[in-house]
Design a protein around this ligand. Structure first.
Ligand code: NAD
Ligand code: MG
Length: 390
């Protein structure tokens, strides 16, 4: 039996992962499941899968988790250090699907145990790509991409020589506002931004799709994961979300990964890697689909893409600053402190203020330095949002 842990089990990716595991229950032993506020879901899944341990990120929810698990023999724990303890437990395969930079430390800890880390938490690569790769190398661990675009690129690269890659194109649906006139974006609400045209995902990544910050993070993730020069990485809007990424080679061939917008493909690919097994995803009927279309990913409409280019050029801790500033600005938009288009302005201003402070961007990429940069960026983002309100 393969030993499996899921960090962020109660979320969208976590639930899709459990859906796959539940179809072949006998093949897996669940070590740890973790969640946040939703301890009822966490406890129900821990019982259903007979997990060894359930951890809520929020210490205030520990009593509820304990009482929900009373008499089951399943351990309960809470808080960031309990998450790290859970990540220290030996497991063969660990799903990293916490949302935000909070997913970085548990993922690193799992790599230190030599686990295969299925990485949905793109923020880990954006904030600390070199640290993630070095930790995996040092502990003979494997990182498998779960972001659909990166799983697609990974699959297109199997058996290929990376030196023959001319370009990588990742696709974007364009999000909730792709057809809105630019002039209307200032009035866009969080409720409207949380309606994704094609994918069913968590609230935060869905809003990030509308602002294109999700694609911005993914451009950086592509650079860090595959060590590809940023000049070779492109994003293109593909409203149907059927082609997830394309890899162009020196002979002019373009290998596309095509499939329905269902995360269980990328999760299942990482779960069974290096094998391929049957997965419960729709088989596409190309004639019924009729056509695939593409549009330019306009950096005026979506300034997040322009900011990502700057981050890729700067490197160092700028990814950590960019991500944390985006996380706080997104909180500000959800809480209606700032407007939709101000998300990017806040992030740009945080990058400029933090860069102006000596030593904050070019420090070594250690976990401590990343978390310090993350903290500083959040403080600056709050300052800027207060200025905007005042
Ligand atoms: P979600 O909001 O549905 O779930 C997030 C999970 O993280 C929940 O279990 C939540 O309890 C937990 N969590 C939240 N804050 C936490 C904290 N501070 N500490 C510990 N745990 C915390 O999110 P999601 O849509 O499943 O996305 C998860 C990750 O996967 C994100 O990094 C996202 O970018 C990435 N991703 C998601 C999709 C998708 O289809 N949903 C696709 C590609 C990549
Ligand atoms: Mg993606």
């Amino acid at each position: 039996m393969r030993r499996i842990s899921i960090f962020g089990a109660t979320g969208s990716i976590g639930q899709n992962t459990l859906d796959l595991i539940g179809r072949d229950r006998e093949a897996y032993q669940i070590v740890a499941l973790t969640g946040g506020q939703n301890v009822a879901q966490l406890a129900a899944d821990a019982k259903r899968f007979n997990a060894e341990l359930a951890v809520t990120a929020d210490p205030a929810r520990l009593a509820d988790l304990r009482s929900a698990l009373a008499g089951t023999g399943i351990e309960a724990a809470a808080g960031p250090s309990a998450l790290l303890d859970a990540a220290s437990r030996p497991a063969d395969w660990v799903m990293s699907c916490i949302v935000g930079s909070a997913g970085l430390a548990p993922g690193l800890r799992a790599l230190e145990q030599g686990a295969s880390l299925a990485l949905a938490n793109k923020e880990s690569m954006v904030c600390a790509g070199p640290l993630m790769l070095a930790t995996a190398r040092a502990h003979d661990a494997t990182i498998l991409p779960v972001d659909s675009e990166h799983s697609a690129v990974f699959q297109a690269l199997i058996g290929e020589d990376i030196a023959t890659v001319e370009r990588v194109i990742i696709t974007a649906s364009g999000g909730a506002f792709r057809d809105w006139p630019l002039a209307d974006l200032a009035k866009a609400t969080p409720e409207q931004a949380a309606q994704h045209p094609n994918w069913d995902m968590g609230q935060r990544i869905t809003i990030d799709s509308a602002s294109m910050f999700n694609k911005a993070l993914e451009l950086i993730e592509t650079k860090e994961f595959f060590q590809i020069d940023p000049s070779r990485i492109e994003a293109v809007v593909h409203p149907e979300s059927m082609i997830h990424a394309l890899v162009g080679f020196t002979d002019g061939a373009l290998m596309a990964h095509v499939g329905p917008p269902d995360m269980r493909h990328a999760i299942g690919f990482a779960l069974h890697y290096p094998d391929r097994k049957s997965l419960p995803v729709e088989r596409l009927d190309l004639v019924a689909l009729g056509q695939f279309t593409f549009r330019s990913a306009d950096e005026t409409r979506w300034p997040a893409l322009r900011l990502a280019r700057g981050v890729m050029a700067t490197g160092g801790l700028s990814g950590a600053v960019f991500n944390a500033a985006k996380e706080r600005a997104l909180d500000g938009f959800i809480d209606k402190r700032i407007g939709f288009q101000q998300i990017a302005s806040v992030v740009e201003e945080v990058l400029s203020r933090v860069s102006a402070q000596q030593g904050h961007i070019d420090a070594d990429i250690t976990l401590d330095n990343v978390m310090n940069a993350d903290h500083l960026a959040r403080v600056r983002a709050d300052e800027i949002m207060t200025e905007l309100e005042g």
